[in-house]
Design a binder for this molecule. Structure first.
Ligand code: UD1
Length: 417
């Protein structure tokens, strides 16, 4: 049975909350273990639904895993090539990372077209074009991608768009490909830097992550070792935005300001108080905040699409009006129609949401349309007057570990039933 959240609203949030390891760093790092020989310990591990699916996929490839006190221990000595079936792939968009890892390790791969959150078309043409440009023969048939990389050679790849997944998949593959591979117009997200750090710790020679050009000097093989994943900047941003929405005073421990600069700059425009420390961020909001006139999502270091829904909620209850433009995904305003049920005034036209802030939201039955929309609706429910029921909670569990317990410790009243 699908869980739902019953939220008794009009909450203010007080206290401190810890940020766990980043899902979007953990998933590519787990995929990259296919390239390694030996035992790997991943610290700051978080056992989210998406992560469980990735471990299930790795098991089919002969990689066993054990979770113990905040770490995941993976044994790769029996790793083998295998088909990534539809059944597994439809559960997880990130299964596409395995394409790069398998091609690097085995020079062939069969992967089903990936699934994941329904926030747009989410094609994988950039991934496939990049591998083709390195000499990989690819046939797309019956929903599967058949790849032969026996003639693959290192070289220079220019991405049409700085796709996070394509950059990561190429980095993995090129780590064990003889010669130098250069990725131009690479994605610059902090998770790319984290993947570079992981690969290098296991013996790879990857340079430049965090800039738009990444250079990879191929090595023969990667070894095992230990690695700690970065804190989740999107989860940190979700807590900060929830506090700004509900009001209160919350310290987000583990949050790094350099990963959330664009969000912090926007929040400073709203007249909330922000204090930045080396390993935590404190946000205090003791009155209704002002709207931010114009917000646009973009690749890092600009404002992340993964915080767009949570920002939509804050703008819905702020004083003034806001135009929020989504430029990364073509169908990511699913949250708007749910918020309108709660009294928000939002008009969506193409890639733009026009938001006129209202003083109050009211409890309603709402449906998470994707992972981040789900997290945003929880914040809206905590702010609203009366009871809100959030359905499709399994989508939220893909990226947040028992979010309701975290908020309840800050003073919320959320029941999972
Ligand atoms: C990653 C994140 C996701 C985040 C997104 C953008 C993970 C596990 N997921 O997803 O949370 O929302 O970055 O920051 O890290 N595109 C193409 N063709 C391709 C690849 C992408 O057209 O071959 C398009 C996508 O449809 C999308 C945009 O490019 O519109 C960005 O996609 P991409 O950066 O690849 O995101 P993901 O790696 O899927």
């Amino acid at each position: 049975m699908e869980n739902k959240f019953i939220i008794n609203g009009k909450t203010k949030l007080f206290g401190s909350v810890n940020v766990d390891g980043a899902k979007n760093s953990l998933l590519p790092v787990l995929a990259a273990t296919v390239l390694c020989d030996g035992e790997i310990e991943i610290k700051n591990f978080v056992n989210l639904e998406d992560v469980k699916v990735m471990l299930e996929i790795l098991k089919t490839l002969g990689i066993s895993s054990k979770i113990d006190s905040g770490s995941c221990f993976l044994q790769t000595k029996n790793v083998k090539n295998g088909k990534i079936t539809h059944e597994l792939s439809k559960k997880l968009r990130a299964s596409i990372f395995l394409l790069g890892a398998l091609l690097g390790r085995f020079r062939s791969a069969v992967v089903a077209f990936p699934g994941g959150c329904k926030i747009g078309e989410r094609p994988i043409d950039i991934h496939l074009k990049s591998f083709r440009s390195l000499g990989v023969k690819i046939i797309e048939m019956h929903g599967y991608i058949f790849c032969d990389a026996s003639k693959m050679k290192s070289g220079s790849v220019v991405l049409d768009f700085p796709s996070v997944g394509a950059t990561e998949s190429l980095m993995m593959c090129a780590s064990v490909l003889a010669g130098k591979t250069i990725i131009k117009n690479a994605a610059k997200e902090p998770e790319i830097v984290d993947l570079q750090n992981f690969l290098n710790k296991m013996g790879a020679k990857v340079f430049g992550a965090g800039s738009d050009t990444i250079e990879i000097e191929g090595v023969k093989s990667l070894r095992g070792g230990e690695f700690s994943v970065m804190p989740d900047r999107i989860v940190a941003g979700t807590y900060l935005l929830a506090t700004a929405t509900c009001g209160g005073d919350v310290t987000v421990c583990g949050a790094k300001a350099e990963h959330n600069q664009s969000l912090i700059s926007f929040l400073k425009e709203t007249a909330c108080q922000i204090e930045i420390f080396s390993d935590k961020i404190r946000l205090k909001a003791d009155k209704r905040l002002s709207s931010i006139p114009l917000i646009q999502t973009n690749p890092f270091p600009l404002f992340p699409t993964d915080l767009q829904s949570q920002m939509l909620v804050l703008q819905s209850v702020s004083e003034g009006s806001c135009v929020l433009q989504e430029t990364v995904f073509e169908n990511r305003f699913g949250c708007a129609s749910e918020l309108k049920k709660m009294g928000a005034k939002i008009i969506v036209k193409n890639q733009f949401a026009h938001i006129q802030g209202v003083e109050k939201l009211f409890g309603a039955d709402v449906y998470a349309t994707d992972l981040r929309c789900g997290a945003a609706l929880v914040a809206a429910g905590m702010k609203a007057e009366g009871y809100t029921t959030v359905y499709n909670v399994s989508l939220i569990d893909r990226g947040y570990e028992r979010i309701e317990e975290k908020y309840n410790l800050l003073g919320a009243d959320i029941k999972r039933i």
